[in-house]
Design a protein around this ligand. Structure first.
Ligand code: KG4
Ligand code: ZN
Length: 348
């Protein structure tokens, strides 16, 4: 059975739509990033984000359909992110998806954004060897999953405080680098020496697969302005900025790689895939491909456009939901929290 799914994503600061055939053939993938709107606040302002989604959503959907060369009547269904995210933002995508479904009599599919990042492994490689280990590292979430089958995931660990991307965004802000912090720290770290500054790696005990990044951020703050000092914080430049950015990035990457190694030693996985904005990081990719244990697995490092928020991953997971008969009602709600509240087994 073939399907053609329109995927819509508006949970954070990307207005995105894509058309995907049979869950993995990306016919179009259109993303409008709001970075320039939020840069001066060094973070996403919910009200500004939802207003911008409202202005952009219809042209972006139109563009995705046009680039794919399809009309709404050709679609099998519309998949939309309905959780987790900023509710005002989610509502914009939901309203567009519902209107299309109502007008063209199409099934509506409600997709969990974090599960869609996990599912990117199947979008990038439909033959992903299973079971797989999946890392989702973004601005809002950092979690490890054991993937038993498409859509059947078990959360192994998650962050207890900041997400990895959030730590990079906050660290960049302390270093005087622009938002978003991940790419600016990556850029600033080029040519730096990570050994110059000793920053902590919080591993939360020998067995833990959870993450914690708030101590790292505080350690950087105290490096720039010693604890108890009244002096203004140092604003590093030149070689010092390179070294600090490099050390900070290395500390974040070290924790991610260490947890992946732990998980791979504990679970007999055949492959490893990564998703979320932080999965774009060059140093993380280098460390994964250079790691003797992790590189022995089938590594899926999706193209950069599929790591950041996008509509293709939503359409891809939507295709699975359609095949499983999981249609959503037209009064589907926007929900701020992810599907997996605890360490329970979760399904999309
Ligand atoms: O998945 P995403 O686009 O949106 C969320 O769902 O949060 O992730 C955004 C996060 C931001 O924190 C950003 O700083 C980080 O991904 N990011 C990166 C890179 N590109 C984006 N982090 C490290 N290296 C990058 N190249
Ligand atoms: Zn995301």
């Amino acid at each position: 059975m073939h399907d053609l799914i329109l995927g819509i994503e508006t949970s954070c600061d990307e207005t995105a739509a894509a058309v995907v055939r049979d869950g993995h053939e990306v016919l179009s993938n259109v993303v409008h990033s709001q970075i320039s709107l939020h840069a001066r606040w060094r973070g996403v302002v919910p009200e500004v984000a939802s207003r911008s989604h409202t202005e952009r959503i219809l042209p972006i959907v139109d563009q995705a359909l046009q680039q794919a060369g399809v009309s709404p009547q050709d679609l099998s269904a519309v998949a939309v992110t309905h959780r987790p995210g900023m509710v005002g933002c989610l509502l914009v995508g939901l309203a567009a998806a519902k209107a299309l479904c109502w007008r063209f009599d199409l099934p509506l599919l409600g997709v969990d954004h974090v599960q869609a990042h996990v599912h990117t492994g199947f979008l990038a490689d439909p033959d992903l060897p299973l079971p797989a280990l999946a890392l989702v590292a973004s601005g809002g979430h950092t979690a490890l999953y054991l993937v038993h089958a498409p859509g059947r995931t078990e959360r192994l660990g998650t962050t207890r405080d900041d997400a990895a991307g959030e730590a990079l965004d906050k660290g960049a802000s302390l270093l005087g680098l622009p938002y978003p912090g991940g790419p600016s720290i990556q850029q600033a770290a080029i040519g730096g020496d990570a050994r110059v500054v000793d920053l902590p790696r919080t591993l939360l005990g020998p067995d833990s697969l959870d993450f914690s990044f708030s101590g790292l951020k505080t350690a950087l703050l105290y490096t720039l302005r010693p604890q108890g000092s009244d002096a203004p914080a140092e604003v590093p430049t030149g070689e010092r900025l390179r070294d600090l950015a490099c050390a900070y990035q290395e500390a974040v990457v070290d924790v991610l790689v260490t947890k992946l190694r732990r998980a791979s030693e504990r679970h007999a996985v055949r492959s490893l895939c990564i998703g979320g904005g932080v999965a774009r990081n060059t140093r993380l990719r280098e460390r994964l491909t250079g790691d003797p244990v992790l590189a022995a697995l089938h590594l899926v490092l999706p193209e950069l456009a599929l790591c950041a928020d996008n509509g293709a991953m939503i359409a891809s997971l939507g295709s699975l939901l359609l095949r499983e008969g999981k249609r959503a009602p037209l009064d589907l709600d926007a929900v701020a929290t992810p599907q997996s509240g605890g360490k329970a087994k979760v399904r999309p």
